[in-house]
Design a protein around this ligand. Structure first.
Ligand SMILES: NC(=O)C1=CN([C@@H]2O[C@H](COP(=O)(O)OP(=O)(O)OC[C@H]3O[C@@H](n4cnc5c(N)ncnc54)[C@H](OP(=O)(O)O)[C@@H]3O)[C@@H](O)[C@H]2O)C=CC1
Ligand SMILES: O=C(CO)COP(=O)(O)O
Length: 325
């Protein structure tokens, strides 16, 4: 028998963050008749979300953060900058019945630049932690589906999550390289923004391609020192996601890159886009993290882009740095 959506019962899967991607993932999982809760922090949005869900799968319900026990699998569909704060709150009602915490984010956490998987592993243990990534533009998913990569150092957890993601319009492949899969997603967002910023600033595909290649190399070299496998960058969650995102007119990182490259500030870009743009927060965190870890390594492309984003380098000076190379 199909259960009601809006009670406080325990779901099998809890998706925290009722934004664009949280909705898409919760919809996809619940269509496989898996009891799924989409969790919002907002009392006012809760009613609106419940009304929206009334038209979707009967296995999908809306809950407010803290109002119901966590599911067996907890998916975090949050801006990476906010993950540390939410994970801090989850730790107080974590139970042994929660078997896995899954990051869907493609950025670094504030304030220290930890990756979401590093943070989850530190709080809940690496065998309970996983990453899901891959080309998955939310607006396309119901019509064209998406193929994900599910990565965890626990084979048991990765296998279970592959089954959960194998749905009406989604499928997944397992990986034992959470570090590589996560860094490949972080890299694709930063490189997408960098490519489109350089293209908008110079009008040159040749310049933008060279800039993107240098940016990619600096992040990739660092990710390898963190233990990432090169194959993860070559695969679906690496080059696959980079190509899909950088061609998407709906991509937030593309649009932010175009605005930054046209001389807009971060505040102006965020005000226009009104959704999370991961790379705007991640590039400055990345610059700090790499330079702290590798005092001897130079990362001129990341540093110049970070300085442009945080306002330490004037737009004209950043453009001059691009064309003088
Ligand atoms: N959109 C896409 O196509 C894809 C997105 N992703 C990744 O998924 C993540 C989420 O993206 P997306 O859903 O698009 O972003 P949105 O900006 O649409 O939504 C993010 C949601 O996170 C919740 N949130 C924000 N801040 C906090 C906070 N401090 N505490 C608790 N909840 C918070 C809000 O939900 P509420 O107010 O309901 O609590 C908000 O609606 C990002 O890291 C993105 O890179 C990955 C693949 C594809
Ligand atoms: O990660 C994504 C697609 O795989 C979504 O990209 P944007 O955040 O740039 O929209």
């Amino acid at each position: 028998m199909v259960r009601p959506r809006t009670n406080r019962q325990r779901a099998e899967v809890t998706v925290i963050g009722a934004g664009t991607f949280g909705h898409a993932i919760a919809d996809s999982i619940s269509r496989s008749e898996i009891r799924t809760a989409l969790v919002t922090r907002s009392e006012t949005r809760l009613e609106r979300i419940r009304q929206m869900l009334a038209r979707s799968s009967p296995y999908l319900m809306a809950q407010r953060l803290g109002d119901a026990p966590l599911g067996e699998y907890v998916f975090l569909a949050l801006p990476s900058a906010d993950i540390a704060e939410v994970v801090g709150r989850l730790a107080s009602y974590h139970s042994e019945e929660t078997l896995g915490y899954v990051s869907l984010s493609k950025g670094l956490t504030a304030p220290d630049g930890e990756t979401p998987h590093e943070l989850l592993s530190r709080r809940f243990g690496s065998i309970r932690s996983a990453v899901i990534s891959g080309p998955s533009l939310a607006d396309e998913m119901p019509k064209h589906g998406a193929h994900f990569v599910v990565a965890s150092s626990s084979h048991t957890l990765a296998d279970k999550l592959v089954l959960l993601m194998d749905g009406e319009y989604t499928s997944a492949t397992g990986s034992n390289d959470p570090t590589g899969i996560e860094w490949a997603g972080i890299t694709k967002n930063a490189v997408t923004l960098g490519f489109h910023a350089c293209l908008a600033a110079t009008g040159s595909l040749n310049q933008a391609g060279a800039f993107a290649g240098q940016l990619f190399t600096e992040i990739y070299d660092y990710a390898l020192t963190m233990g990432a496998s090169p194959r993860s960058f070559a695969g679906i969650a690496g080059i696959g996601d980079l190509m899909a995102t950088s061609h998407a007119s709906t991509s937030r990182n593309v649009r932010a890159g175009q605005l930054i490259g046209s001389g807009h500030s971060v505040g102006e870009a965020e005000a226009r886009i009104k959704q999370v743009v991961e790379s705007l927060h991640t590039i400055p965190l990345l610059e700090r993290r790499i330079n702290q870890d590798h005092a001897a390594t130079t990362t001129p492309t990341i540093t110049a882009l970070s300085n442009r984003i945080v306002g330490n380098l004037a737009h004209e000076q950043w453009i001059a740095s691009l064309t003088s190379r």
